[in-house]
Design a binder for this molecule. Structure first.
Ligand SMILES: Nc1ncnc2c1ncn2[C@@H]1O[C@H](COP(=O)(O)OP(=O)(O)OP(=O)(O)O)[C@@H](O)[C@H]1O
Ligand SMILES: [Mg+2]
Length: 260
């Protein structure tokens, strides 16, 4: 299968802003992996191991110290101005916290319209048609358009965040802990929604989670991170049945099992 994204020897550091003499945090250390078109690749690992930092680098929200990220073979940090403007139409992200990622002062209709206003020249009617389609695709009806984020439950808010990420019809969707703040039954609904969307839209998904039961159910391949390093990587069944790294075995032994 063709690669959609390739990460090569990625290093990410955060400078200590309070004290420039102090060592910076090495959040991601020499990480390399690639994501194939049409697969769900899961990044797993405990809190602070660098998962979101990798996601933010892929979104071009931070610049790595060294290493490369290639999207469709092109280094995303060396794109022409035109390609850089197009990049958000290809790669989108559902952020870790659905409460802070949706502007509380904006109606859902405006939240979903914003990416279209910024990135397209579609007519008003065309934009509205896209918004309604995507909203229905994530399981919400048109009444949602005139409401505000606080008028929805956590699960519904996450559906809105997914709709916003899909509005520009991206090829690669990054979902950073999209269900960790939700109840188990709602988690299952959102996970199944992502599974359906993957098939319907031929999406490639980078799914970030510390929850191994969700990863086992959803993903095609898994990368296991530990303190900034990618320690283990394999197809999902092999990771769970024949874990390679000592740390993966420990992580699996410590994981609670929930059924989806
Ligand atoms: N903006 C920042 N400034 C300084 N340090 C940061 C910043 N963001 C993350 N870090 C540090 O970088 C490391 C990796 O953080 P990151 O958020 O990528 O981990 P994570 O795997 O996503 O964790 P979680 O599962 O809790 O979301 C951590 O030590 C974290 O404290
Ligand atoms: Mg994170």
């Amino acid at each position: 299968m063709e690669k959609i994204l390739e990460i090569k020897n990625l290093n990410i550091e955060y400078k200590n802003l309070k004290n420039a003499n102090q060592l910076s945090t090495k959040a991601v250390k020499n990480v390399s992996f690639s994501i194939k078109k049409g697969e769900i690749y899961a990044l797993a690992g405990e809190s602070g191991c660098g998962k979101s930092s990798i996601a933010k680098a892929i979104m071009r929200l931070l610049t790595p110290v060294s290493g490369e990220i290639l999207y469709e073979g092109e280094n995303i940090f060396e794109l022409s101005k035109k390609d850089a403007l197009l990049y958000p139409t290809k790669v989108q992200m559902v952020f870790q916290n659905p409460y802070s990622s949706l502007n509380p002062k904006m109606k859902i209709g405006d939240i979903l319209k914003e990416p279209l206003d910024i990135n397209t020249k579609y007519s008003k009617n065309h934009k509205l048609a896209i918004i309604k389609d995507v909203l229905n695709e994530v399981g919400l009806d048109n009444n949602a358009l005139s409401l505000y984020p606080h008028q929805f439950s956590g699960g519904q808010r996450q559906r809105i965040a997914i709709a916003r990420a899909l509005i520009l019809n991206p090829s690669l969707l990054i979902a950073d802990e999209p269900v960790s703040a939700l109840d188990a039954s709602i988690q299952a609904q959102i996970i199944n929604l992502l599974k359906d969307l993957k098939v319907k839209r031929n999406l490639t998904i980078l799914f970030i989670s510390h929850d191994l039961s969700v990863i086992k159910y959803l993903s095609d391949r898994v990368g296991i991170m530990y303190f900034g390093e990618l320690l283990d990587e394999n197809i999902t069944s092999s990771i769970f049945n024949f874990p390679h790294a000592e740390y993966t075995r420990k992580l699996l032994a410590a994981a609670p099992t929930i059924s989806l």
